[in-house]
Every structure is written in C-alpha cells, then in structure tokens.
Design a protein around this ligand. Structure first.
Ligand SMILES: Cc1cc2nc3c(=O)[nH]c(=O)nc-3n(C[C@H](O)[C@H](O)[C@H](O)COP(=O)(O)OP(=O)(O)OC[C@H]3O[C@@H](n4cnc5c(N)ncnc54)[C@H](O)[C@@H]3O)c2cc1C
Ligand code: SF4
Length: 336
C-alpha cells in the first residue's frame, strides 16, 4: 500500500479545508471499501481525512413525515432505528440484505452511496484494460467474464454495475442527498446522484471531489409499509445482487393508485424509470400489470455473452417484488 498521511477531522469546515488542500486527499468513513481499494492498489490517496467522528450520525424526523439520516450513521444503526422501521422499512430491508453484520456496523450511509463497482477487472490491477481505473485503457469485461455486469445504461467504455443495495431503496423512495462544499450546501435528487458511464466511466457520481455528503433525506409515504426488497444472488447471504428490486405499492378500490420501484444489479446506477410506474397507475394489480411495468423499465436492455439471463430474471423479479409488496399491503389493511 502506498504511504499516506492521516487526519482525524473534528468538524465539517476543517474536513472541507483538508480535502481541498490536495487533489490526492480522500474522505474515509467506515473504511470498508476504501481500505480494500487501497490494499489492492486501485486507489492510492496520499492523504486520508477521517470523517468518522464528525457530528453527522443523527437520524431524525423531518416535517411532512420524512426522515433525515446523517451521512455518518452506521448501516446497522439505520436499519435498526425505529423511525426507519416505521417510515421507510424498505430501506431497512435493503440495508440488511447487504454485506454482513460486522461490515454494516462499520459502514456509513455516505460511504455506502459512494462505494465503487465490484467488477473483477476493476479490482484486479493485473488487468491493464479498465476505463474506470485507467481512463482510455479499454474494458476487459466486454470480451471477458461479464455475468455480473450491466444490461442497462452501459456505454462502449464501461458495463459495470453499481453494487449498493441501500441505493436501490433510496432510488425507489426518491431520496435527496444533502452535501456541503466550501462554497455552501446543495441538495442532489437521488436520481441525479449516480452517473451513467458515457465517455467518463471513471466518474461514478455528481458529487464534486471537494464536497462532503452530510445527510440523506427520505420522504414519507402513506404506503411505506407495502414494500418488498428482493435480492437475487448466488449465495443466500454475503453476496452482491445479480438482480434486486425495491418496490412499494398503493392499491385502492382494486386499482393501483401509486407505485414505486427501482432495480439493482442491472445498471451502472440504481435503475428507476418513472414512466414504468406511470404505465400501471389505474390498472388492476397483478402479474399482467406488473409485467407491463417491467417491460417499460427494461426497454433498451442490451445483454452481453454471459449475462443474457439477467433480462428475464429482472422481469420476473419485478413481478414478484410488486406482488409481495401488494400482499403485504393487504395484510397490513393498507388497501382501500
Ligand atoms: C465483503 C464485502 C461484502 C459486501 N457486500 C455488500 C452488499 O451485499 N451490498 C452492499 O450494498 N454493499 C456491500 N458491501 C459494501 C459496503 O456496503 C461498503 O463497503 C460500505 O457501505 C462503504 O461504507 P464506508 O463508510 O465503509 O465507506 P468508506 O470505505 O469509508 O468510503 C467509501 C468511499 O466513500 C467516500 N465517502 C465516505 N463517506 C463520505 C461522505 N460523507 N461524503 C463524501 N464521500 C464519502 C470515501 O472517500 C470513499 O471514496 C460489501 C463490502 C464488503 C467488504
Ligand atoms: S466494466 Fe467498467 S469497471 Fe469493469 S473492466 Fe470494464 S471499464 Fe473497468
């Protein structure tokens, strides 16, 4: 590992000053992704700014029924918090579907959003072709093993997926990321937080390098309890998603009144298509309507030699997740 300096930041202004002092400085939260990347030589920061002790770990109610999650709140604390269990159980379910209890105890909300792809060729510096790691070098996954790779939103430069489970739920819910830079705060709608690779796959998000995530705002939903996070993976636990679906549905008088869903494991960012949701408003709930929504969400999918199975898997997963969410609504008595 390349030598680096270490600074424990005590407040937000000093953390921002420190990150601006060098292009080779990086924030470190729980360290569960960044330290791995440093050990593998994928990332080589010269300066680490530890933000773990900043006073940004609160989870508190927002006016209107939402919840503000501090960027330094640990994944376990979020998933087990009463407010999250009551107001956004979809988020709690997505978080506990990820990693392991030990990792979730260390990982922070901000770090989870910023975690990098799990493409094998990105992690293995023995491969010289990876546009995300070395811009302009090519993409070993396109002609290599691409079973875990994306079928939506890819570019000729990169076909990697975003690995975060938490982000799939936040995309479905329509969260807002609060950030702070030296020139002040700004809010980023979740749909705009992660980027598609396009010509610049090395840039994962629209967060500027010198900005700090301070909080994530989750809006309240009257049908928040009618939810399902479905994660399909090679092992029952401790594995990243091949396909995941975060879903919530509101059924009233036998018709779909409102619906939200997003996909993970299929694209370089959590994949939410509002037109797919609009497609089924007013229809009778059931496999036919959910299948129609899936077809819109998966429009334009492009598969690679080893991952064609993901298209049918994603369609079936959407139908199953929405069916489960609707049944949960019936059981909860949340059906008008
Ligand atoms: C074996 C293993 C299995 C895993 N399985 C899953 C899984 O199934 N699902 C899943 O979703 N995740 C999984 N993870 C990933 C895990 O969720 C992430 O490593 C974790 O969420 C990262 O959080 P962190 O606080 O440790 O981030 P760090 O490693 O500290 O940081 C990650 C990145 O975020 C940046 N950063 C951190 N905080 C901020 C902030 N507030 N503002 C701006 N930038 C910031 C850092 O600079 C760094 O670039 C797994 C990890 C491991 C090691
Ligand atoms: S898919 Fe992206 S991360 Fe993977 S090898 Fe290609 S460029 Fe690199």
């Amino acid at each position: 590992m390349k030598p680096f300096t270490y600074l424990q930041a005590t407040d937000v202004p000093s953390a921002l000053r420190a990150i601006s002092s060098s292009p080779d400085a990086r924030f470190i939260g729980g360290g569960t992704n960044l330290v791995d990347l440093m050990k593998y030589g994928v990332e080589q920061p010269a300066h680490l700014i530890d933000i773990g002790k900043l006073p940004l770990a609160n989870i508190e109610p927002l006016p209107g029924g939402g919840v503000r999650i501090g960027a330094l709140a640990r994944n376990s604390d979020i998933a087990n918090h009463l407010l999250i269990r009551e107001k956004a159980p979809l988020l709690a379910e997505a978080i506990v579907a990820g990693a392991s209890p030990q990792l979730r105890n260390a990982a922070t909300a901000g770090g989870n959003l910023m975690q990098r792809t799990r493409c094998y060729y990105f992690y293995d510096t023995g491969f010289t072709q990876c546009n995300k790691r070395i811009p302009g070098s090519g993409c070993a996954a396109r002609d290599g093993l691409n079973r875990i790779h994306a079928i939506l939103g890819t570019s000729d430069k990169c076909i990697a997926t975003n690995p975060s489970d938490m982000s799939v739920a936040l995309a479905a819910i329509g969260a807002t990321v609060q950030v702070q830079g030296n020139s002040g705060p700004r809010s980023i709608p979740f749909a705009d937080f992660h980027r598609l690779p396009g010509e610049t796959p090395q840039i994962d998000t629209n967060l500027n390098k010198e900005e700090l995530i301070t909080a994530i705002d989750v809006p309240g939903f009257p049908f928040a309890l009618n939810y399902c996070y479905l994660k399909v993976r090679d092992r029952r636990s401790y594995a990243f998603a091949l396909v995941s679906v975060a879903a919530m549905i509101d059924v009233r008088a036998g018709k779909i009144h409102d619906v939200r869903f997003a996909l993970g494991g299929v694209a370089p960012k959590p994949w939410r298509v509002p037109a797919a949701e609009q497609q089924v408003i007013g229809q009778e709930p059931g496999a036919e309507a959910y299948g129609n929504a899936a077809d819109v969400a998966l429009k334009g999918a492009r598969t690679f030699p080893h991952n064609a199975f993901k298209l049918e898997l994603a369609r079936r997963s959407i139908i199953r997740a929405l069916t489960t969410a609707a049944v949960k609504g019936e059981r909860n008595g949340n059906v008008g």
